[in-house]
Write a protein that binds this ligand. Structure first.
Ligand SMILES: [Zn+2]
Length: 311
């Protein structure tokens, strides 16, 4: 009896142990599962919250970008500036109208200096006007063509440049002019329509009335040009380049329409030396544009009548 009671006790204990083990085996995973489940739930919640926060941040960022993006700022600034410029900047033609106009003119060529002068004008991108005389050597013939080809104006300065011949009679003057005009047309294909009287229209050498010659030129469809700025290279003694530059700068001051007298004659090399400085100085000091003489150019003409009356 005692033995079976003890055995039963052992069996019961064993049963309890098994039951406890089973319960533990069930309870522990369940508990862990519950704990983990809650944790997962909590974490999911936080992740969702963070997602929302991130989304909010992104939305906010887009809004900010929409308001303050550098592209938009530049765009609007550019538009504003453009509007201002449209209001303030005159049209291209109008702007040129307000600038000082410089017509560089070279008399008495072609000569050994002409090519050098053309090189300088090309280097500085300046168009000028050449009042030429009649020469038949090959170098001169090339020079006439180069003047035209490089966009300068080819004007006439008489074929002979002999005061005694051209100012002796109207017929002589007319024959000389026509000879040069036809010669240049034959060579270059350009019909010359601008004239500069040797000595200017106000010269005191002519034995005929300069007004009659001027009227005849007008009848021929030719405009004559004197000058209102003298570089000073007309005097027989060659002046230093600095003096020529100073004369030009002084001459163009206070004038809007400047026809500058220079010479590309063989004896006038200081004109070549001064030319780069004259162009640079004018460009530095003045809002000026260099132009060749055209039909749009306001002609500068000395007062013939006053001159002839005063004679
Ligand atoms: Zn001359």
């Amino acid at each position: 009896m005692e033995e079976s009671a003890a055995r039963r006790k052992r069996i019961n204990r064993l049963k309890k142990m098994i039951l406890g083990g089973v319960m533990m085996a069930v309870l522990i995973p369940v508990t862990v599962s519950i704990i983990l489940g809650v944790r997962v739930h909590q974490l999911s919640g936080r992740i969702r919250q963070q997602d929302v926060t991130i989304q909010e941040l992104e939305d906010e960022n887009e809004n900010l970008a929409g308001t303050f993006s550098t592209e938009s700022v530049e765009e609007s600034e550019r538009e504003a500036l453009q509007e201002e410029m449209d209001e303030e900047t005159p049209a291209a033609g109008e702007e040129e109208e307000n600038r000082k106009k410089i017509y560089l003119t070279f008399d008495d060529g072609p000569s050994s200096n002409t090519d050098e002068i053309l090189d300088i004008l090309r280097a500085y991108d300046v168009k000028a006007t050449f009042f030429v005389v009649g020469k038949t050597d090959e170098t001169s013939r090339k020079a006439y063509r180069r003047i035209v080809e490089e966009g300068h104006t080819l004007g006439m300065h008489s074929y002979s440049h002999s005061y005694a011949d051209i100012y002796d009679s109207e017929e002589d003057f007319q024959a000389d002019m026509k000879k040069l005009q036809e010669y240049l047309y034959e060579l270059t294909g350009v019909w010359p329509r601008y004239y500069r009287f040797p000595g200017g229209s106000s010269n005191t050498v002519s034995s005929i009335d300069m007004q009659k010659l001027a009227d005849w030129l007008t009848d021929q469809g030719i405009t004559y040009f004197d000058w209102n700025v003298a570089s000073g290279d007309a005097v027989s003694k060659e002046l230093p380049a600095d003096t020529l530059t100073a004369n030009c700068l002084a001459g163009i001051a206070n004038q809007q329409n400047c026809v500058v007298l220079m010479h590309d004659a063989a004896g006038k090399h200081t004109t070549v030396e001064a030319l780069p400085e004259i162009i640079s100085q004018i460009r530095m000091q003045e809002d000026a544009v260099f132009l060749p003489i055209t039909d749009d150019t306001v002609s500068v003409q000395h007062n013939i009548k006053a001159q002839t009356e005063g004679k």
